[in-house]
Design a protein around this ligand. Structure first.
Ligand code: NAI
Length: 265
């Protein structure tokens, strides 16, 4: 089958689709034939995305922290558009702070999006996929879930929880042919990454990127062996692979897309 037809006839839901990695996942799914329900709490960003892809893309505002809104949207999509074949959790936030200065509201907000949001969307999708005996759920976590990072305790813990949640869900639904996997990116060139550099007082983005690539002993970070910051499309490729039939025998997997930054064997 040609790559542009891989998802023909499939319906996918993507959260955090308005920009960055979510937008790249959405574009790649549409390019390969899927119909996509692109969701985000950023309505203007969704409008921009929808304007570029008038065909096969339905843009719907959604805040993943709201379980009732998630359930209502998934029910409505299934009633009015069709059964979901694929659900991709991309929505995420990063609020960096050393633990000693971490505010309760930042911890709670981080978990509300990165962990609870994954529960809300995956649960709503999995219930229906189990009934049909088919489906694939992919959660975008982070390589910070697998290695300690300074200033990122809340983020890393929320992502580690999302990874383990997705694996446990995958175990529960495997008997019904529903697959659940995670993609764990390293530094990827998006607004989130650039905001992190700006917060650290880095105005020269090229220099900031170079430092990430080279590593920083002061914060115990190895660099990126492949020598580049990821593009959102690099992460989207991994998501699409896991969502596709090419990965039909892969579940409970955590695929690192970080250029080797966490030195995983
Ligand atoms: P981004 O900040 O560029 O985009 C995130 C999107 O999620 C935004 O459109 C935002 O409106 C949406 N969002 C946030 N809270 C939401 C909510 N409550 N409900 C619905 N939508 C919400 O971020 P980026 O870089 O594209 O990140 C995408 C995912 O990849 C996130 O889960 C992030 O944690 C993860 N990631 C990103 C890395 C990077 O270096 N950029 C590295 C590792 C993981």
């Amino acid at each position: 089958m040609s790559p542009d037809a891989e998802f023909r006839g499939r319906l996918a839901l993507v959260t955090g689709a308005a920009r960055g990695i979510g937008a790249a996942v959405t574009r790649a799914l549409v390019a390969r034939g899927a119909r996509v329900v692109a969701t985000d709490r950023d309505v203007q960003g969704l409008d921009r995305l929808a304007a570029d892809h008038p065909e096969r893309l339905t843009a719907r505002p959604l805040d993943v922290t709201d379980p009732a809104a998630v359930e209502a949207l998934v029910a409505d999509v299934e009633r009015t558009i069709g059964p979901l074949d694929v659900a991709v959790n991309v929505a995420g936030i990063l609020r960096s702070s050393p633990v000693t200065a971490l505010r309760d509201e930042d911890w709670a907000a981080t978990f509300a999006v990165n962990t609870d949001g994954v529960l809300h969307v995956s649960r709503a999708a999995a219930r229906r996929m189990v009934e049909r005996g088919t489906g694939s759920i992919v959660t975008v976590a982070s390589n910070a879930a697998g290695i300690p990072r300074t200033g990122m305790a809340a983020y890393a813990a929320s992502k580690a929880a999302a990874v383990m949640f997705t694996k446990c869900l995958g175990l529960e639904v495997a008997a019904w042919g529903v697959r659940c996997n995670t993609v764990s990116p390293g530094s990827t060139d998006t607004d989130m990454q650039r905001a992190l550099w700006a917060e650290a007082g880095r105005t020269d983005l090229d220099a900031a990127a170079r430092q990430v690539i080279e590593g920083d002993l002061a914060t115990h970070r190895t660099g990126i062996p492949l020598g580049r910051i990821a593009a959102p499309d690099d992460v989207a490729e991994a998501v699409l692979f896991l969502a596709s039939d090419r990965a039909r025998h892969i579940t409970l997997h955590d695929l690192y897309v970080d250029g080797g930054a966490t030195l995983r064997a």
